[in-house]
Design a protein around this ligand. Structure first.
Ligand code: PGA
Length: 255
């Protein structure tokens, strides 16, 4: 089964209202040459609507970096999936390791968010990944397996194809230290096995699994040449349109 590579830029808490628009337009121009790749960017909340409007009908979709699991209510400071859809988003990143470690999100909260995103007709990018301590203790697959199973716990089988999983080893995020292509492949293949056992061969073989953690133009080709690596979730390098476009081009080579 051929899977269309999917590259998403996670801008985290970076850019201003003007730089967000110019970066988005530059990415859109770069992505236009690589239609074999699905491309999304995830700007901070305040810029979503404007960026989505400027990118409308172009090759780049807009993702949010987080959401609440309720549609509305007394949840000061939170943003619902429906609001994100109204703002023009099509995807939401859920369970990023920074949310898990800095903001206390656990698997049960993450699974509610994944379900809420789908209920709002948006597509979740479910992030999973082990810490350095967990890797060194040999528990990578226990941790990642649990995060995948629990994160997808409230997803109907028919909805599985709408989910993207991002494998992001915590020790590789923002550290300049990337997993080797072999390390990434090993975990991606194991995640695909889990999806096959949950939803059947078709669901497993069609699901996109992105790698994330210090992806740059210089290492993207090698990582995405691995059989089960179907794109990337890119942090720091997505803030530079040229570098990000190079990563999209690397994904296109493996499409
Ligand atoms: P990084 O971040 O590319 O800066 O390591 C990746 C991520 O956190 O999604």
């Amino acid at each position: 089964m051929t899977r269309r590579p999917f590259v998403c830029g996670n801008w985290k808490m970076h850019t201003g209202s003007q730089t967000a628009v110019s970066l988005a337009l530059d990415v859109s121009e770069g992505a236009a040459a690589h239609s074999a790749v699905e491309v999304a960017i995830a700007p901070p909340f305040p810029w979503l609507e404007n960026v989505a409007r400027r990118l409308r009908d172009g090759p780049v979709s807009v993702a949010a970096q987080n959401c609440h699991f309720e549609e509305k209510g007394a949840f000061t400071g939170e943003v619902s999936p429906g609001m994100l859809r109204d703002a023009g988003c099509t995807h939401v990143i859920v369970g990023h390791s920074e949310r898990r470690t800095l903001f206390g999100e656990d698997d049960s909260l993450v699974s509610r968010k994944v379900a809420a995103v789908l209920a709002a007709s948006l597509r979740p990018i479910l992030c999973v990944g082990e810490t350095l301590e967990e890797r060194e203790a040999g528990s990578t697959m226990d941790v990642v397996g649990r995060q995948v199973q629990k994160g997808l716990g409230k997803v109907e089988l028919v909805e599985l194809p709408l989910v993207t999983i991002a494998y992001e080893p915590v020790w590789a995020i923002g550290t300049g230290r990337t997993a080797t292509p072999e390390q990434a492949q090993e975990v991606h293949a194991a995640i695909r096995e889990i999806i096959c056992s949950l939803g059947g061969e078709d669901a497993g073989s069609s699901m996109r699994i992105q790698y994330g953690g210090s992806v740059k133009a210089a290492n993207a080709r090698e990582l995405m040449s691995m059989k089960d690596v179907d794109g990337a979730l890119v942090g720091g390098a997505s803030l530079d349109a040229f570098e990000f476009t190079e990563i999209i081009a690397a994904a296109a080579e493996n499409a």
